[in-house]
Design a protein around this ligand. Structure first.
Ligand code: 2U9
Length: 382
């Protein structure tokens, strides 16, 4: 019987045939004699083991790849490997010979394992080096172009105002852009014949609905739905039939509303003063000019010294040194009552700022249309 690799037992002819790479290394006739049964040829086994070791060591040292090295492990050291098959012959040796030959097998196995590990490390290192050379990164190549987005100046200003007033207890409320004329006008004490209700000034959806002309309806809804005391901010889009260098049909407002007991103009002035210092930086003067709004009584326009020229006169403040930043006042008792609050118990103050106007003042922008033209040369400056 012949096999390509390893040792085999030909039971029919009662022969132990040790075969290695097609070459018969040793052929030992076994005796049937019971006493002689354990007297297989020790030197033949030892010689075979040494031949296997020499052959295996030579192949392992020269293995050209990890894959082929692994195959050698199976070929020589695996369960069906030639060394393991030869080891089965141990049992056929006499008891005096067995420990010595057994030890020899163990030593050969250890030496081959060491040789295997050594070659494995060499191959791994050279395979890694080859991969590094093959896949070398060119760190000088330009990276992929990322078009990063950025917040619009209107969003930046809204976020900043919300953050500043958030520090003194205000939180944001939102509402629909299409409002009932009741929430946009009637509840706010704006009479049926008021010019702001005119088709010339307001976008009508139908005869009872409008595109909100201010964010005040959000405050109406808040007063009707939430128990006082309250401090709320309503930022967002508003719409008016208006279009020139300083007016756009769609712009943004932020309104503040505080409802509490014993609220006075002093509370309003303190709040606006804090806000102007935080938003434009400290040191600006504030001025409250008497005015009229149907929803506040008394009412006041809010001015501050021009943040660009700090009061000395420039193009933005038209050389006056003062700039108008918004309107304010104590909530009209009729409005409180319209929204279900008892004006004897509850009072409030409110203020409103145009967002684009605040950005124009803070960043010295000279045309309101820049906010809606999407010109990246403008937008990238924020
Ligand atoms: C309720 C009661 C009162 C909000 C107020 C102003 C004054 C004001 C303008 C600023 C610039 C609008 O964008 S702008 O043109 N706003 O002058 N707004 S008091 O008063 C309210 C709001 C809601 C229930």
């Amino acid at each position: 019987m012949k096999c390509r690799v390893g040792a085999a037992v030909d039971t029919f002819h009662n022969l132990v045939v040790l075969v290695f790479t097609d070459k018969i290394i040793h052929n030992t006739r076994m005796s049937n004699d019971k006493n002689d049964n354990k007297n297989a040829d020790k030197s033949a086994i030892v010689q075979s083991a040494q031949d296997i070791e020499a052959q295996a060591a030579a192949e392992i040292t020269k293995a050209p790849s990890s894959r082929e090295l692994y195959d050698l492990k199976t070929k020589y050291l695996g369960k069906q490997g030639s060394l393991s098959l030869l080891m089965r012959e141990l049992g056929k040796l006499g008891s005096a010979d067995r420990p010595g030959v057994g030890q020899l097998f163990n030593d050969i196995k250890k030496r081959l394992e060491v040789a295997y590990a050594q070659r494995e490390n060499e191959l791994k290192a050279s395979e890694i080096n080859a991969a590094i050379a093959r896949e070398r990164l060119d760190l000088t190549l330009p990276g992929p172009h990322l078009d990063l987005g950025a917040a619009h100046p209107v969003s930046i200003v809204i976020r900043e105002i919300v953050e500043i007033l958030g520090r003194i207890g205000y939180s944001v409320r939102q509402g629909p852009l299409i409002e009932t004329d009741r929430n946009n006008f009637t509840a706010l004490n704006i009479p049926e014949d008021h010019p702001s209700r005119d088709l010339q000034d307001t976008f009508y959806i139908d005869d009872r609905h409008v595109l909100r002309t201010h964010t005040s309806p959000v405050q109406v809804r808040t007063m009707e739905n939430e128990k006082p005391p309250r401090r709320v901010l309503a930022p967002g889009s508003v719409f008016r039939c208006d279009s020139d260098a300083s007016h756009a049909p769609h712009f943004h407002q932020i309104e503040g509303l505080l409802i509490d007991r014993k609220v006075s103009m002093a509370d309003l002035r303190g709040t606006i003063s804090y806000f102007v210092d935080e938003f434009f930086g400290p040191g600006l003067k504030k001025r409250f000019r008497p005015s009229f709004f149907p929803f506040t009584e008394p009412s006041a326009e809010v001015d501050c010294s021009c943040p660009i020229c700090r009061g000395n006169g420039c193009r933005l403040c038209k050389q006056s040194g003062w700039i108008e930043i918004g309107g304010s006042g104590l909530v009209n008792p009729k409005v409180l009552a319209n929204c279900g609050l008892d004006p004897e118990e509850w009072q409030g103050f409110a203020f409103g700022f145009g967002i684009e106007r605040m950005a124009i003042i803070k960043y010295a922008i000279d045309d309101i249309r820049l906010f809606s033209e999407n010109d990246l040369r403008f937008l990238r400056q924020f």
